[in-house]
Design a protein around this ligand. Structure first.
Ligand SMILES: C[S@@+](CC[C@H](N)C(=O)[O-])C[C@H]1O[C@@H](n2cnc3c(N)ncnc32)[C@H](O)[C@@H]1O
Length: 394
């Protein structure tokens, strides 16, 4: 359903939670602030900046929710999200950003902790067994994954715990356990073991079905990801003779979508789980003109990839952006166009400057509101080689 621009976020936790940056604005007001932030960062870098694309579902859009558990000094259990960068847990019952089904998981896990007397992790002492649960939801398939994050493989009553969890929250289609003894902010460590169901969920994006494992990246906002990918496809100008590089490809969502229009696509991804999902997703969607490489995008571009005949390069790096070496390597290929998808306008601005030095002009940028009410903004930028030939549109 289209968003109402006059909507506000009416949340009792504003100020104490830290997830939402715009708790007092209308949705239209948040878009104006984001547009201005992007304009300020990109004004000297891009020829044309278009209006931010609003999100149709501005509430309960998050398909991935980590619920941290902790015990208080008086033995009560607190469950919710970490306050920005701290170890303090804020109760998030009824959160307006999260998929509502996460609340049912949280309540059930709390009940089971009490019933099975499971020692809850104490972030102050690093003692305890159960740290949290990661919930992932396929918005278009209804499938739901729960990863129980623990500090030890031995979990008393595990079988019954899982049996009750899936009986009392019937939306759950798979349960995994992840042993994580780390003291940093990483939620999962290693490869979670599958305890119930297939160990992954499916999501449908742009009419194609994607397998997503616990440790693989998936855009947090499925509905807006569909708009993002369709726009990236249109901006790429890909035609049937083009060989495309999809760098930082995750589970292959963008590359597989683009492979419908291109001659060939090569996806590069560093995370093994996402790489394996990407290969399964190519097979599942019957795409035989796409292949995947496991490894670092810069190493690939400066190594095996440098002799490949890429006409179009698509990159979607994490918040840190890409590397100067990757950008220099792009200039050495025959690519006439680059599509840069970024979730951090600051590193995007930095990288566009480097692309300009290598002869690529950023001709068009479109901000996307992927994360309503938070201070994050996604952008797609189309770059063209200054002396490059025009691509044929799709
Ligand atoms: C923002 S996500 C984009 C994924 C995908 N394009 C999508 O839309 O679902 C960035 C991806 O880059 C991967 N990644 C991070 N560093 C990398 C590197 N140095 N080389 C290749 N891939 C990397 C991450 O594992 C993640 O899957």
């Amino acid at each position: 359903m289209p968003q109402d621009l006059s909507d506000r976020l009416i949340c009792s936790k504003k100020g104490s939670c830290g997830s939402c940056a715009f708790a007092d604005s209308t949705y239209a007001g948040t878009l104006a602030v984001k547009q201005e932030q992007v304009r300020r960062l990109l004004k000297d870098r891009v020829s044309s900046l278009e209006n931010i694309v609003p999100c149709d579902e501005i509430f309960h859009y998050r398909n991935k929710i980590y619920i941290a558990f902790s015990s208080t000094r008086d033995g009560r259990i607190s469950a919710g999200t970490f306050f920005r960068g701290s170890k303090r847990i804020v109760n998030t019952d009824g959160c307006l950003l999260e998929d509502g089904r996460a609340d049912a998981v949280k309540e059930e896990v709390k009940k089971l902790i009490r019933r099975y007397r499971i020692p809850v992790y104490d972030a102050r002492t690093s003692r305890g067994l159960l740290r949290g649960v990661l919930v992932r939801v396929g918005k278009n398939t209804g499938e739901m994954m729960v990863v129980v994050v623990v500090t030890d493989r031995m979990f008393p009553g595990k079988k019954n715990f899982i049996k009750e969890l899936v009986r009392n929250v019937p939306d759950i289609t798979t349960v995994l356990f992840d042993v994580n003894r780390r003291t940093d902010s990483m939620i999962l460590d290693g490869t979670p073991t599958v305890e119930y169901g297939p160990g992954f969920i499916y999501e449908i994006i742009c009419g194609m079905k994607f397998k997503v494992s616990a440790s693989s990246f998936l855009q947090i906002n499925t509905a807006q990801a569909e708009k993002l990918y369709s726009t990236a496809a249109a901006m790429s100008g890909i035609g049937k003779d083009d060989n495309v590089l999809d760098a930082y490809c995750g589970t292959g969502t963008i590359g597989i979508t683009l492979s419908r229009y291109a001659k060939s696509v090569t996806g590069v991804e560093i995370n093994k789980s996402a790489f394996e999902d990407a290969k399964a997703n190519a097979r599942g969607n019957k795409r035989d003109n796409i292949r995947f490489v496991l490894g670092d995008a810069t190493e690939y571009m400066t190594g095996d990839g440098k002799d490949k005949d890429f006409n179009v390069i698509v990159l979607d790096p994490p918040r840190a952006g890409t590397t100067p070496a990757f950008i220099r390597a792009c200039a050495k290929t025959g690519a006439s166009g680059v599509v840069y998808i970024s979730c951090e306008p600051k590193t995007l601005a930095r990288d566009l400057e480097l692309f300009a030095k290598e002869g690529f002009e950023a001709v068009r940028a479109i901000p996307f509101d992927m994360f309503p009410w938070t201070d994050s903004t996604e952008c797609i930028v189309r770059l063209e080689r200054k002396d490059g030939k025009e691509d044929e549109g799709i």
